[in-house]
Ligand binder design. Structure first.
Ligand code: LLP
Length: 435
């Protein structure tokens, strides 16, 4: 389902040559395909449509994966809701056209201010992660004379096979209410004046490709739902979170969303609850690439470094999670080109600023363009200004058209808003230096 393909000896996104975009906007830039995003959404929705017993699930795109307004708007147009974890993401989802009644609010540290805003705009549900949070939310809601619709996030103590930094289902993580205390916490919630218990929420981690962990977790949720019904709670909704992985290695097959849907049907299908999902990566990951230009090729004693104009501040996944991203030259290599191992790195002053180590690559020279694939999720969303590098441009492609959906950040924008206190002796000189 990747939109990136070779045509006429060069890499294209849909029907636009990446080199043409590079000429127009410079490098580095993120390129997303709206068609690929729409297809991923349809594949996700259609997988559930095969099971009438599952109703019409609410698919809340997890905005943290890629919050670009153009991306969220594309999904909203398809009918997606949004999973948000901050007031900023909530405002972003609303600005992109997601109706408040399709938004769920997750996260372990919602503040009273964030709760008040979400209540005022009328979101679908709060996914609450602790008793102190329940009490705080009840207070904010009661002060407004309303009841907050709440699903309690339970921690099923199921550890998926994924990177430790993105596994959330294990009992030792900060997420959710401990499995053994769930019924007690539901009883507490039911007694609070500003809370309306509506369901159960679970999310066990991200980039999960072995689907057995979902089966184990959802089976436990079904068991809990039955126990809570027996306790007299109205459990009408199950939010089963996100986490479905994608294929990062060339040639690997992504997990099949239809198998995921079959697991859902097997485990919770008989409960008759409204289902909610929070996919992020599975909808946007494969639809994006980070395109960069080679600045130098540096030959060391026993290694060759291909130094790009993109860096860890643009895409931090390789250094943070040892993540593998395929890197392909935008101009296709000559037939029979010999691959040699190189380190593909950025210009940031850290040894960890790498995109790939000892990666077999065809010959590359200064000025060449490369595309770092599967960068649509947790790429631009996790970018920073480290080393005072401007945020990369973001481009959306549809068919043979492209649009800059976020221009490259300017240096003026990086400095805007910063001041030097006026007790600083050197201030006139500094003011001058920063314009
Ligand atoms: N729902 C909740 C409550 C989450 O915490 C997350 C992701 C999602 C949904 C969406 O998960 P997805 O479908 O995208 O796997 N930065 C990391 C991933 C962090 C995921 C955090 N939570 C990465 O680049 O791999």
């Amino acid at each position: 389902m990747t939109p990136f393909h070779v045509r006429d000896g060069a890499l294209w996104a849909d029907d636009v040559a990446l080199a043409e975009i590079a000429d127009a906007v410079g490098t580095p830039f993120y390129c997303y395909s709206q068609t690929a995003i729409e297809q991923a959404y349809r594949a996700f929705a259609d997988a559930f449509a095969r099971y009438p017993a599952l109703g019409d699930p609410l698919i809340c795109y997890s905005v943290k994966a890629n919050g670009a307004l153009a991306v969220v708007a594309a999904l909203a147009t398809q009918g997606a809701g949004a999973d948000v974890v901050s007031e900023g993401e909530l405002r972003r989802a609303l600005a992109a056209g997601v109706p408040a009644r399709k938004i769920v609010f997750s996260g372990v540290g919602k503040t009273a201010r964030e709760m008040a805003y979400a209540l005022d705009v009328g979101i679908h549900q709060f996914n609450v992660e602790s008793e102190p949070e329940l009490e705080a939310l009840s207070e904010v809601a009661a002060a407004r004379g309303v009841k907050a619709p709440v699903a309690i996030r339970v921690n099923p103590d199921v550890a998926p096979d994924t990177h430790a930094k993105i596994a959330t289902g294990g009992g030792e993580t900060k997420f959710g209410v401990a499995w053994g205390r769930a019924r007690q916490v539901y009883a507490r919630a039911a007694a609070l004046p500003g809370i309306a218990v509506v369901g159960i929420d679970v999310h066990i981690g991200s980039q999960i490709v072995a689907l057995g962990a979902f089966e184990a977790a959802f089976a436990k949720v079904a068991e809990l739902a039955r126990a809570l019904h027996a306790d007299g709670h109205a459990i009408d909704r199950l939010d089963l979170g996100g986490g479905l992985g994608i294929a990062y290695e060339g040639g690997a097959m992504p997990p099949d969303v239809r198998h995921y849907a079959a697991i859902v049907e097997r485990t919770v299908g008989a409960l008759g609850c409204e289902l909610i999902f929070e996919p992020g990566r599975a909808l946007v990951g494969a639809a994006g690439a980070l395109v960069a230009r080679v600045v130098y090729v540096k030959r060391g004693e026993d290694r060759t470094f291909v130094i790009l104009d993109a860096a860890m501040n643009d895409l931090i996944r390789p250094t943070l999670y040892d993540a593998h991203h395929e890197i392909v030259p935008v101009r296709a290599p000559a037939a029979g080109a010999i691959l040699a191992p190189v380190d593909v790195v950025g210009p940031v002053c850290e040894t960890g600023d790498v995109f790939a180590l000892e990666r077999p690559m065809p010959p590359l020279a200064a000025g060449d363009l490369v595309a770092i694939l599967s960068a649509g999720a947790y790429g631009a969303a996790m970018a920073s200004n480290y080393n005072s590098r401007p945020l990369a441009a973001e481009v959306m492609v549809i068919g043979d058209r492209f649009a800059v959906v976020r221009p490259r950040q300017t240096y003026e924008a990086i400095l805007a808003g910063e001041t030097v206190p006026d007790w600083h002796a050197a201030i006139p000189a500094i003011r001058k230096a920063t314009g």
